[in-house]
Design a protein around this ligand. Structure first.
Ligand SMILES: Nc1nc2c(c(=O)[nH]1)N[C@H]1C(S)=C(S)[C@@H](COP(=O)(O)OP(=O)(O)OC[C@H]3O[C@@H](n4cnc5c(=O)[nH]c(N)nc54)[C@H](O)[C@@H]3O)O[C@H]1N2
Ligand SMILES: Nc1nc2c(c(=O)[nH]1)N[C@H]1C(S)=C(S)[C@@H](COP(=O)(O)OP(=O)(O)OC[C@H]3O[C@@H](n4cnc5c(=O)[nH]c(N)nc54)[C@H](O)[C@@H]3O)O[C@H]1N2
Ligand SMILES: [Mo]
Length: 809
């Protein structure tokens, strides 16, 4: 989230598109209700299904799964055509006026630089034209044919209301009504908030779905303000923390990136990371990368990381491909290239696409370790359950080691919520049986592996032998000790220019601004610096007082970065520092300093006239309507059909799907055609279950006892499917047999003149736990990844459905 849960109440318009907050985030959804009641806000929902969120909306429109970009680029076209943008904001805080290089282009579904053989782009033309000093050239009148605003206008011109409706199946009048409601929030004192989750991310164009809405919000002046923003409602309680501390295979803590194979030396690595400002006077805060990086290496390796060995740069793994995501890992297992797998708090057998492929992969392993409080389908993958598992268990040689762990309630620690708040929690119960904490298990692994290296040597012992491990109980470091490591300390007495000691050796740091690149500070995750200081554990703070009652509560827990609650809050005020909306100011300039209820984006005394932009991480200082080389498939979003789609792309049939999507050759063979699989399927969760987890609890199993699909009345009638009867739903990859729930909440859509049916597949079933056994939604889904994040395309694929007499097993 750029903003916070509480801040949703400040919105004038709430749009839930690409998610179902009332059912998947029922607790946070109260702030939407608050916005409606206290602020007179309207709620708009765009979803293929009429969800419980839709049931309390002021306006609902259906959409075909996988077509949101067409809808949103249509909204942009509408805003530009009707001149419903916040001009002064867009001019100051976006890159609308920056001039793009000659040579950049877009034709027949492809941006300039596409290499058909590699299936990849050379992105060198996706950049600005620079002047002699290396700054981007600007035309703030937006007249230049190659300024971002001109290019954007040309790009979205094709998305007429008629075209949007043909692609999305959304009736034109409903679409236009929503455009109008959105456009009203271009007024400087009006804000719309965008709440989204997996309805957007789980597509081959997932990241561009989100970009498209971010562009809408930017044009409306809705970023940085109270009640605005791009608000990703995240999933597991600590999934925000997972990305923050760099647990994706290409990341390091604090959104630093792992070196690539070709970045042989530390200098190679730094060359592409400390971006110089692209406009005069901008912060381009990644210029401090070296400080964050060196402090991280010091936190990992202590005295062994020194200037002479380039801060132990060589001890970091180097990536030979962009990402080792989960789709890639299972592809490698299937190809026999990965022999062992440690699965910690993860149940891929049910959670990842193409269940048959997952099982075939696990069957080829030498060993599988699961760390989980529960008996999961993954740890029992060898059981002969369901039609996708024809292999005889006896032929599977994988050794499975189950390590029972504790659960969050059985330990102290912090969870990062969607609003970037680090909130401390306290142990509430003793773990049952032989369960051990994840920290204990990982510590054991570390000590035993290090012992082996000590005794036997090995190919590359340095990172293991030199890892810092200074904990009171080395067999199980305390959560508070680990939190202090994340925060960081001064390693020696640090003096200012006059020689006075400003930080004593060992002192916990207050802010990442204190980090240094000379090895005198350490920090395990620079964005967390400030969470655990000499004043104590900031994450444990529980003061709910809220100046101006605007949902900021600065002394409740701690938010990264720097306890800032609304990112880019400098954009809540005009160039002179006066709030766009005087009723709901966030920060403002009081003639000597920035004052207000939140921590400003930059130093409190930086004058507005110095025109430092609010988007301090970007080299431009502005937000980007044109993304340069940041996105894999292009600097502007473009409508591409899902990999499995009922129609080919109306705009450019030759480049129907995302040309840069992650698809392996064998998986492509497992795509079905609309003649065989005529219906669009989408998968989702139910309030009564949490993934594959709560079916182990009897009460949840009683609430939602068995696997079912949702099917509209029209299709059910066509197919002779009665309410509650058995159906067989099949994709090219497998089938499930389950009950049919016939509903009024899914209606056929008219897509390019053809009636198109959507089938809903809730995802929670499996073959362990208390609920009745089921195959699971992922028996059906294709193994396809978003081009940027590799998130699987769980939300749009093809199936067939038929009535059957009874269950199969
Ligand atoms: N009760 C409960 N709550 C949960 C979870 C749970 O398992 N149970 N899981 C948590 C986790 S980990 C996550 S990530 C979040 C997920 O939160 P959500 O993303 O809100 O949850 P989903 O149920 O996957 O719903 C997505 C919605 O998107 C719609 N949709 C599908 N395709 C499209 C499309 O192309 N465009 C649009 N506009 N909409 C589409 C679906 O119809 C569905 O209503 O939920 C969290 N909350
Ligand atoms: N078709 C389809 N598939 C989907 C989705 C979809 O929308 N459609 N959504 C996807 C999404 S967003 C998600 S997040 C995934 C979820 O996929 P998973 O994360 O694999 O599913 P969970 O059931 O939440 O499994 C987490 C496991 O962690 C265990 N656990 C809980 N606490 C602890 C702990 O403290 N330590 C350890 N070691 N283990 C613990 C639980 O017992 C559980 O078995 O599913 C994905 N799969
Ligand atoms: Mo999730």
């Amino acid at each position: 989230m750029t903003n916070t849960w509480q801040d949703i109440k400040n919105a004038n318009l709430v749009i839930v598109m690409g998610g179902n907050a009332a059912e998947a985030h029922p607790c946070g959804f109260k702030w939407v209700v608050e916005a409606k009641i206290e602020n007179g806000a309207k709620l708009v929902v765009v979803d293929p299904r009429f969800t419980r969120t839709a049931s309390v909306a002021d306006y609902y429109a259906p959409i075909r799964p996988g077509t949101d970009i067409a809808f949103l680029l249509g909204v942009i076209r509408y805003l530009l055509e009707k001149d419903k943008i916040q001009h002064e904001y867009v001019r100051a805080y976006s890159n609308a006026g920056l001039i793009v290089k000659d040579g950049f282009g877009f034709e027949d579904g492809l941006f300039s630089g596409y290499d058909h053989e590699k299936g990849d782009y050379d992105k060198s033309s996706w950049d600005y034209e620079l002047d002699e000093q290396g700054f981007a050239k600007v035309d703030d009148t937006w007249q230049h044919p190659r300024c971002v605003m001109s290019l954007l206008r040309a790009h979205v011109a094709r998305y007429t209301p008629e075209m949007v409706s043909r692609i999305c199946g959304t009736p034109q009048d409903k679409y236009l009504n929503i455009c109008e409601m959105i456009a009203d929030t271009s007024a400087p004192d009006k804000a719309m908030t965008s709440l989204f989750a997996l309805g957007w991310t789980q597509h081959s164009v997932g990241s561009q779905n989100i970009r498209a809405m971010a562009m809408v919000q930017l044009l409306l002046g809705n970023i940085g303000v109270a009640g605005g923003g791009m608000n990703a409602l995240r999933g597991h309680s600590n999934i925000q923390g997972l990305t923050d501390v760099g647990l994706l295979s290409n990341l390091m803590p604090g959104y630093m990136t792992l070196p690539a194979d070709h970045e042989v030396t530390f200098d190679d690595y730094m060359k592409t990371r400390q971006f110089k400002p692209l406009r005069p006077g901008q912060t381009s805060y990644w210029q401090n990368y070296r400080k964050f990086f060196v402090s991280f290496q010091k936190s990992m390796f202590g005295d062994a990381a020194k200037a002479e060995n380039n801060w132990a740069y060589d001890w970091l793994p180097k990536l030979d491909i962009p990402l080792y995501d989960i789709i890639k890992a299972f592809e490698m297992m299937n190809q026999g290239e990965m022999n062992g797998y440690i699965c910690q708090g993860f149940n891929p057998q049910q959670a990842f696409p193409d269940r048959g492929k997952i099982r075939r992969g696990l069957s080829k392993l030498k060993f599988l370790v699961t760390m989980d409080p529960l008996d999961t389908e993954t740890s029992r993958f060898w059981e002969n359950f369901g039609p996708q598992n024809p292999a005889d268990s006896a032929t599977i040689q994988t050794e499975v080691l189950q390590l029972p762990t504790t659960c969050f309630a059985e330990e102290d620690g912090s969870l990062v919520n969607s609003a970037r708040w680090l909130q401390w929690h306290w142990k509430a119960a003793e773990p049952p049986g032989q369960a051990k904490s994840d920290i204990w298990i990982m510590s054991q692994l570390f000590h035993r592996i290090r012992e082996l290296y000590r005794k036997e040597g090995g190919a590359f012992p340095d990172p293991i032998l030199n890892l810092t491990w200074n904990y009171t109980d080395p067999t199980e470091p305390a959560s508070a000790e680990l939190a202090k490591d994340m925060n960081g300390r001064a390693r020696v007495d640090i003096k200012d220019a006059s020689g006075a000691v400003v930080l004593k050796a060992g002192q916990l740091l207050d802010t990442f601004a204190q980090l240094r690149d000379d090895g005198t500070t350490d920090s395990g995750c620079w964005i967390f610096t400030g969470c655990y200081t000499e004043k104590g554990n900031q994450m444990a703070r529980r003061d709910a007082s809220d100046p101006r009652e605007q949902g900021i509560a600065p002394n409740w827990a701690w938010a990264w970065p720097a306890n800032r609650r609304i990112l880019y809050n400098r954009a809540s005020a005009d160039l002179a520092g006066n709030p766009w909306n005087p009723q709901k100011p966030v920060i403002q300039w009081d003639s000597t300093k920035w004052v207000g209820i939140d921590v400003p984006d930059y130093g409190p005394t930086v004058k507005p006239s110095e025109s430092v932009g609010p988007f301090i991480m970007n080299a431009e200082g502005t937000a980007r309507l044109f993304a340069r080389d940041q996105m894999v498939e292009g600097p502007f979003p473009e409508h591409y059909e899902p990999l499995e789609s009922p129609v080919s792309n109306i705009l450019h049939p030759k480049v129907s799907a995302n040309p840069a999507a992650r698809v392996f050759a064998d998986d492509r063979k497992a795509f079905g055609s609309p003649s065989e699989f005529p219906y669009v399927a989408t998968t989702y969760r139910l309030t009564e279950h949490f993934h594959f987890w709560t079916k182990h609890a009897l009460i949840n199993a009683i609430l939602q006892p068995e696997e079912f699909i949702e099917i509209g009345e029209v299709l059910a009638q066509e197919k002779g499917i009665a309410q509650g009867s058995w159906v067989r739903v099949a994709s090219k990859r497998g089938h499930v047999v389950c009950k049919a729930y016939v509903t009024k909440r899914i209606k056929p859509l008219s897509v390019d003149g053809k009636s198109t049916h959507v089938i809903g597949v809730p995802l929670h079933w499996g073959f362990t736990g208390q609920a009745r056994k089921g195959y699971g939604a992922n028996t059906l889904t294709p193994s396809v990844g978003d081009a940027n994040s590799q998130t699987p395309e769980f939300k749009a694929f093809l199936v067939n459905v038929e009535s059957v007499n009874g269950p199969e097993v």
